[in-house]
Design a protein around this ligand. Structure first.
Ligand code: SF4
Length: 240
C-alpha cells in the first residue's frame, strides 16, 4: 500500500531586511545627525517614566508632558499616586485621550507595584507587561530608557520608517520589531529606538516625508523622493 504523505508545510519566511552593511551606514548617518537621542517624554524616575509612557498611547508627547508636569509634582511614587486616587489622577490628565481608562490603570499599576514589587519598577519585560495598561511597546521603552537595555519599541513612526526605507519591512509591528532586532548592529541597539522615532517624527513624516533634507536619503528605497518645495516653487508656474 502506498504511503500517504502529508504535503510539506510551508514555513513563512520573514520579510527581507536591508543588507547589514547598508543598515550600519543608515544608523551611522542617523547617529551623526543626533548624537544623544532621548525620549521627549518628561520624567523624574523609572516610575514616572512608566506612567508617562503608559499615558502616551494615542496622545502626543507634548500633550502628555503638559498633563504630567502637574501630576508628577504631587505624585512621583506609587504610594503618592495611590494617595491621590483615581479622581485626583483623572483631574490632571483630562486633556489627553482615553483619560478615564488611563487614570484607572495608573492607580491599578501603582497598587500592583506596591503589592508585588516593593514599590519599584521591575526591569524585565515579563514583569512589566503584568502591570495594567502596560503592553510590549511601553515595556520596551521603559527597559530602554530607564534600564539601558537594547530594546526597540515599534510605534507608528518606527513602523513607517522601517517600511519606507526597507530597513526592516513588515506588515505587523511584531514583524518589524523582529526585523530590526536582526538587522540593527549591536553598537546601535540602544539608540535605535530613539533615532528611528525622531527621524519619523521630524523628517520622514507620515503625510509628506521631507526627503530633500533627509540624511539617509541615499540609503532609503522609498520612491519617488519628495523634492525640496523651495526648488519646486522657484521653477515658477507651468507654462501654457
Ligand atoms: S528619503 Fe524620504 S522616505 Fe526615505 S527615510 Fe528619508 S524622508 Fe523618509
Amino acid at each position: 500500500m502506498a504511503k500517504s504523505s502529508a504535503p510539506a508545510r510551508k514555513t513563512k519566511r520573514p520579510p527581507r531586511t536591508m543588507p547589514r552593511e547598508k543598515a550600519r551606514a543608515l544608523y551611522e548617518a542617523l547617529s551623526a545627525d543626533r548624537p544623544d537621542p532621548h525620549t521627549e517624554l518628561e520624567f523624574i524616575n523609572p516610575f514616572t517614566l512608566l506612567v508617562a509612557v503608559a499615558l502616551s498611547a494615542q496622545a502626543t508627547d507634548v500633550g502628555v508632558n503638559k498633563a504630567t508636569r502637574g501630576l508628577f509634582a504631587v505624585a512621583d511614587t506609587p504610594e503618592k499616586m495611590l494617595a491621590l486616587g483615581e479622581e485626583g489622577v483623572a483631574a490632571h490628565i483630562k486633556t489627553i485621550g482615553l483619560w478615564r481608562n488611563k487614570a484607572r490603570n495608573v492607580i491599578a499599576l501603582s497598587q500592583l507595584l506596591i503589592d508585588e514589587f516593593d514599590g519599584e519598577v521591575p526591569d524585565t519585560r515579563e514583569d512589566l507587561t503584568r502591570l495594567p495598561g502596560v503592553g510590549r511597546k511601553t515595556a520596551n521603552v521603559v527597559l530602554n530608557e530607564a534600564f539601558g537595555q537594547p530594546t526597540i519599541a515599534v510605534d507608528t513612526h518606527i513602523f513607517r520608517v522601517s517600511n519606507r526605507t526597507g530597513l526592516a519591512p513588515g506588515k505587523t509591528v511584531d514583524e518589524v520589531e523582529a526585523g530590526l532586532e536582526r538587522v540593527t548592529p549591536d553598537e546601535f541597539r540602544h539608540g535605535a529606538h530613539h533615532w528611528l522615532i525622531l527621524h519619523g517624527r521630524y523628517v520622514c513624516k507620515a503625510r509628506k516625508p521631507e526627503c530633500w533634507r533627509c540624511v539617509i536619503a541615499d540609503l532609503c528605497k522609498f520612491k519617488p523622493k519628495t523634492p525640496d518645495p523651495a526648488t519646486v516653487s522657484s521653477l515658477g508656474p507651468k507654462g501654457p
